[in-house]
Design a protein around this ligand. Structure first.
Ligand code: ZN
Length: 523
């Protein structure tokens, strides 16, 4: 069985423009755990203080099967492993699994590291042995392995042998520059399996030659049993190997049980969730999970596809949680909707009229730019409106935002809101560093005394995406707000041509959801 190792949160965040907050990372960890990914690399603690915060917080997550791992490198040249600050930082994360990278290409040892080939072998051996002596699962990433092997196979093999003999649980062959082709990967992996029998080999491929997925799959064919990659192939330059393509190939085409068939049905959802959390648009043409991945070209009758799907589809779209385009418009969002309704105690499956009305409304909203992938709280509020159980906590008469740019460079925003609770009218003015912050404070000022639960609610993240950029300033803006009450977090969405209006919608949903789900100690 193949061991899946996800590095979206570490190697994936090397992608230009991709950044994840600690809260984002924790939510992604939970989704990957649901999907059944065995190891989740959380970050590089020695290089990034945000990662330390993540490793402290992730210990509190209740994971089903996933093990969180931390990434680092071997000890430095001429330093003892026991005294190396980087290895210490790895151990201090408390992670059960650790992954360290070391040089496998002689050129990099002498020219980048500027040390001797012998000393590099010592660093690999001592670092792996030291981490093993501390009772951890240790993976060794052999950096630039394929390029190194092409130039000095004997040395690249020796590096892997040192790591394995020191106790590494897997020796991961890395195509760091991403230029390897499948034929070479297959024969090199086969040669390694033959020359180091009994060693567990892994593959870590980059996509610079558009072969990362292919290279991962041929490496498995040739004997690798550990596969590293990222969700949606996010990563530096052209990206990493895309687990979203690798996993269904392993399960559906190669007969591997790395995750269950039920878990595989979460693939589309997880892929889109990670994209939205990274504030990137999901790629409609992404294999397996794209909205067009099973869209049949015009002229091909839906009835022909449904009569003989295997003649037109390489896998059953429902196996990966996707839907054939011909039915997408009918069923989009239905599964999560039915689930959400169930949480509210409503059996939507038994109320087809309401269900189809809600689906129709969601379709309209999505057409206008709404996205409910990460805005589960807004979905719940929408559903309550349709069911007639929505109870607003306040009614807006009006709000006004003023922005002031000051001589010293500071920008201040002032918001005034006029708001009704029952038959009472309240007016409040507050300042903030931006319109959302000012409006948020004004709401609290106006109605905080009626709703003490408001105090616990915090806006933890705020994402803005401009949709349809071709329209310039008339483009539609989507605002996603993440909120938290210290115990749970929830997402809300707003869409408008006006960014402040979009923010307001998301803000009102956030407050409404938070107040209707108060955190009570003994609940
Ligand atoms: Zn990499």
């Amino acid at each position: 069985m193949i061991t899946l190792y996800d590095t979206t949160l570490r190697d994936g965040t090397q992608r230009e423009g991709l950044s994840l907050s600690v809260e984002d990372k924790l939510r992604i960890v939970s989704r990957l755990d649901d999907l059944g990914v065995r190891y989740i690399e959380g970050g590089f603690p020695a290089s990034n203080p945000k990662d330390e915060e993540f490793f402290a917080a992730v210990r509190d997550l209740d994971l089903k099967t996933a093990v969180v791992s931390a990434f680092g490198s071997t000890c430095r040249a001429d330093h003892r492993a026991e005294e190396d600050a980087g290895l210490r930082a790895l151990l201090d994360t408390g992670c059960e699994a650790l992954c360290i990278v070391g040089k496998a290409w002689d050129l990099h040892v002498t020219e980048t590291l500027r040390t001797s080939l012998e000393e590099n072998l010592r660093m690999v051996r001592d670092s792996v042995a030291y981490l093993k002596s501390q009772g951890r699962t240790v993976f060794f990433d052999a950096e630039h392995f394929f390029d190194g092997y092409a130039r000095n196979a004997e040395y690249a093999t020796a590096v892997c042998r040192e790591a394995a003999e020191a106790g590494a649980d897997a020796v991961v062959l890395c195509d760091t520059n991403g230029g390897a082709l499948p034929g070479a990967v297959r024969s090199v992996v086969a040669a390694m399996v033959e020359s180091l029998p009994g060693v567990v080999f892994g593959i870590h491929a980059h996509n610079d030659a558009a072969c990362a997925v292919a290279n991962s799959l041929v490496a498995v064919d040739a004997g690798c049993t550990h596969v590293q990659g990222t969700v949606n192939g996010y990563g530096e330059r052209a990206g990493n190997a895309d687990l979203v393509s690798i996993v269904p190939a392993l399960v559906l085409k190669m007969g591997d049980d790395c995750i269950t068939r039920d878990q595989l049905k979460l693939l589309t959802e997880v892929s889109h969730f990670v994209a939205e959390t990274a504030n990137l648009s999901p790629d409609p043409h992404q294999p397996y999970v794209g909205t067009s991945a099973f869209a049949h070209k015009g002229g091909l009758h839906a009835s022909a596809v449904s009569r003989l799907p295997a003649a037109y589809e390489h896998v059953d779209p429902t196996a990966v949680g996707n839907l054939a385009r011909v039915v997408v418009s009918e069923l989009a969002g239905r599964a999560s909707l039915v689930m959400k309704a169930k949480e509210l105690g409503v059996d939507l499956a038994g109320q087809p009229d309401i269900a189809s009305k809600v689906i129709e409304d969601i379709k309209q909203l999505e057409y206008r730019g709404y996205s409910f992938e990460t805005a589960d709280a807004s979905l719940e509020i929408l559903l309550k409106r349709e069911l007639g159980t929505y109870e607003p906590f306040f009614r807006l008469e009006s709000f006004r935002c003023l922005m002031e740019k000051r001589e010293d460079g500071r920008v201040m925003t002032e918001a005034t809101i006029k708001i009704w609770v029952d038959d009472e009218r309240y007016i409040a003015t507050a300042e903030g560093n931006g319109p959302v912050n000012a409006l948020d404070r004004a709401i609290r000022l106006a109605i905080g005394r009626f709703y003490p639960d408001l105090e616990a609610i915090e806006l933890s993240d705020f994402k803005v995406r401009v949709l349809d950029e071709k329209k310039g300033t008339a483009a539609v803006t989507r605002v996603l707000i993440e909120s938290s009450d210290g115990e749970k977090s929830w997402g809300t969405v707003g869409v408008s041509e006006n960014i402040i209006e979009a923010s307001w919608q998301a803000l009102v949903d956030s407050v409404t959801y938070g107040l209707s789900h108060p955190e009570r100690p003994n609940d």
